[in-house]
Write a protein that binds this ligand. Structure first.
Ligand SMILES: Cc1cc2nc3c(=O)[nH]c(=O)nc-3n(C[C@H](O)[C@H](O)[C@H](O)COP(=O)(O)OP(=O)(O)OC[C@H]3O[C@@H](n4cnc5c(N)ncnc54)[C@H](O)[C@@H]3O)c2cc1C
Length: 336
């Protein structure tokens, strides 16, 4: 009989980890305190690239580099199987000043990433044709259906509490409804909420709010992702344009604020002045699982033999999810 694994948290990290472990032959359940895929993974812009890899430790890009190809293939499978198109598209990205040109070009050459020096409204800029985007809410909706078809059990509106077992093996994991989730192995993929389950992640993984705005579809066309000074704009298939995002350490305060909305609009209109005539129709926030260097924890837990962690992907969890799932699967299989 196959061993049972409970995945705690059904964001993109939990879902891709669940799919990978199911493919490895385990019996897998995903438990979420609300609905699958409705937190940070829903809020994300879906750019499949770590915006400034040349500024990060190499490990960040290592975890990101296979994402685009992975999602290109996955999107085809998801569309075929669920009828929901996650809208993967290699739109390319234009990097607009300020940036350190020599650092960027040296990094791109070293990594073999195609690029072209060009102009964006009279500013020298660099175009990366291979960078892709995906529409996060559609991706998460289709993944949920796909998991159900794969016979991954989904348990929603079930919040897990702190572990009660004192010894090195968790026999049953308590929920906040006076019940237990029982499995052979547990994987914590609870994103920004990870330290609520195990307080050794306190101050290591913490919520970082990101606000985004969405402009109504209009005649305006933005062919590729525009990125400048930690701000981006991109267009979806149906013409809506999204812009973001803020980086705010305000705990779990999910309020969206007028001042940030206006600041995002000012930045968007500075890049694309015609946006001043388009209505902002949506404004939302999500909690990134923040970590100091954008480097997640993908490991066996320090205290319990049958508990694993895949959390803390901060700004690039959608991009890092495929490699992180691969890595967690490898670690889990090696250690049992
Ligand atoms: C505005 C914004 C823009 C972004 N843009 C991008 C981008 O363009 N590209 C990119 O790669 N990344 C982007 N990100 C980052 C990316 O969205 C996150 O890194 C990623 O979604 C993290 O995934 P996750 O599965 O760890 O977390 P989440 O998606 O937050 O999932 C965690 C899940 O765990 C559940 N949970 C928590 N505690 C419990 C518990 N006790 N019991 C049961 N369930 C629990 C939650 O309900 C939630 O569903 C962006 C994020 C934001 C906010």
């Amino acid at each position: 009989m196959s061993k049972k694994i409970a995945i705690i948290g059904g964001g993109i990290i939990g879902c891709l980890t669940a799919i990978k472990l199911k493919q490895s032959g385990f019996e897998v359940s995903v438990v979420d305190k609300h609905e699958i895929g409705k937190e940070s993974s829903w809020a994300g812009a879906g750019i499949l690239f770590p915006l400034m890899p040349w500024n990060y430790e190499p490990k960040v890009y290592e975890l990101c580099k296979l994402a685009s190809k992975f999602y290109e293939n996955l999107s085809i499978k998801l569309y075929d199987s669920t009828g929901i198109d996650p809208e993967y598209k290699r739109t390319g990205m234009t990097l607009i000043p300020p940036y350190k040109k020599d650092d960027v070009i040296e990094w791109a050459k070293l990594q073999g990433i195609p690029f072209k020096e060009t102009f964006f409204r009279n500013s020298e800029s660099i175009y990366f044709p291979s960078i892709a985007q995906i529409r996060s809410p559609r991706l998460m909706r289709s993944i949920k259906l796909f998991m159900e078809k794969m016979e991954i059990k989904i348990i929603e509106n079930m919040e897990l509490a702190e572990i009660q077992d004192k010894e090195g093996v968790v026999k049953k994991w308590p929920t906040n409804k006076n019940s237990y989730i029982v499995a052979d192995y547990y994987v914590i993929t609870s994103g920004a909420w990870t330290s609520n389950l195990k307080d050794n992640y306190k101050s290591k993984i913490y919520p970082v709010r990101g606000q985004m705005i969405q402009y109504k579809a209009s005649n305006l066309k933005i062919k590729n992702i525009l990125y400048s000074n930690d701000f981006y704009i991109l267009q979806r298939k149906d013409g809506v344009i999204i812009a973001g995002s803020t980086i705010e350490e305000v705990g779990f305060d999910e309020t969206v604020t007028i001042d940030k909305k206006e600041a995002l609009m000012r930045k968007a209109e500075a890049l694309v002045p015609d946006l001043a005539d388009v209505q902002v129709e949506n404004h939302w926030a999500g909690f990134r699982p923040g970590t100091k260097q954008n480097i997640p924890f993908i490991q066996k837990d320090d205290d319990y033999e049958n508990v694993f962690v895949n959390s803390g992907h901060f700004r690039y969890g959608l991009t890092m999810a495929p490699q992180s799932a691969e890595k967690l699967n490898e670690i889990l299989i090696k250690s049992i």
